[in-house]
Design a binder for this molecule. Sequence first.
Ligand SMILES: Nc1nc2c(ncn2[C@@H]2O[C@H](COP(=O)(O)OP(=O)(O)OP(=O)(O)O)[C@@H](O)[C@H]2O)c(=O)[nH]1
Ligand SMILES: [Mg+2]
Length: 446
Amino acid sequence: MNKKSDRFFIAIQLSHCYRLICNHCNVIVLYYFCLFTRTMGRERHPHIGIFGRRNNGKSSIVNQLAAQDIAIVSDTAGTTTDPVKKSFEITGFGPVVLIDTAGIDDVGELGKKRVDKTLQAIRLVDMAILVTTNNELDTFEHNLIAAFEKQDTPYIIVHNKSDLCTLQEGVLKAYSATAAHAVLSFSTLNGDTEHLIQTIKQTIPESAYTTPSLLGDLIGYGDIVLLITPIDIEAPEGRLILPQVQAIRDILDNDAICVVLKEKEVDTFLKKTAIKPALAITDSQIFLKADASIPKDIPLTSFSIILAHFKGNFASYIDGTPKIDTLKNGDRVLLLESCTHHVSCDDIGRVKIPRWLSNYCGKELHYDVVSGLDKVGRSITDYALVIQCGGCMITRKQLHNRLNIAIDAGVPVTNYGMAIAYVHGIYHRAVAPFMGNHGSDVVDYL
Ligand SMILES: Nc1nc2c(ncn2[C@@H]2O[C@H](COP(=O)(O)OP(=O)(O)OP(=O)(O)O)[C@@H](O)[C@H]2O)c(=O)[nH]1
Ligand SMILES: [Mg+2]
């Protein structure tokens, strides 16, 4: 892609853009010369889960790490009933989301439901802390460890209340034999919190707190990137949606120029300015209009596909998207949405994608939409295709854990933007900017 390092050239472009603002007030031009420290949304902060039996001191450890009383602590077993998310900064580590959970040994009808929720929470975390006391290493601990390992979740074991009962050498060896990354003897009354923080730091995967660039491998210094954002009934009042904001920030972080405009202004912008953007990114819902307006020699993709590449399982999406052609009458399609947004009458997941997909296939298909991180009601093998949204509201780990259930079961997966591009006949163009690493794969499908 076009990489211009000449600041003089940039300055000319800039003055051109400023003229544009005056001439055309619908266009916002943003330029940014310096590198800023990236800020991360809560969804991108590392998620750490605290698990273990009731009354082991899980919530006390949350408070210890937060250096403040943010979780309820009591000597009544079963104080924490649902997984509770706490966002805070661990001194010497940075911002985290800590998920405090109900005890894994809870009993009764309600207790079983709580245990279920606790086990589900493992899918949400980048790292787990297993809290034990009294040298216990039994079925509860083994089941938790098995669940961590199944989800590929790194974990440490904290033997809490060591002020009351010291960790025995034999038990320490047995804990260590479980291949846990570290076993700590700890007490919230007099424990070495700094050592605990250091252990967390060493255990949590780097990918949980580093922020790779959304567009870094696509754009460079001084590139002009066009963002096409419809302001329609689905647009939130008075603001842009998260993927658009993230794209703007990423373009600025890459010292590139960001032009934000609505689809109606694209033709005017290109005609009036004669600027040839290095990349155009559109909302997937207006792919056809963008495809018609943006000259073919300008790479065009969508916000959803950028997120699919950044956060999703892009290789699996590339494999799965063409399976749209194999859908049959009566097949069931699952749409996974990461957020619980207000549903409009022309909702993308509930109305538009089903309409476009059914029209394209000419088949009678059944659709289920599951929002947030809710459990999928049916067996995943009931589905012929899973379509995942960009996932801007969840972490990469959460998205992968969710999607892996389908991938492991051999159910094809795709992404909102890629499915939309496919059924509109512009798939090849839409994924082309990312095909450097997946090159030959896509051609076979088209
Ligand atoms: N002696 C001692 N008491 C502790 C320690 N950590 C926690 N406690 C006490 O243990 C009791 C339970 O602590 P919590 O933090 O509520 O335990 P929990 O695991 O969150 O319990 P549930 O929410 O019921 O599952 C409280 O009375 C705490 O004050 C410790 O290291 N030493
Ligand atoms: Mg608790």
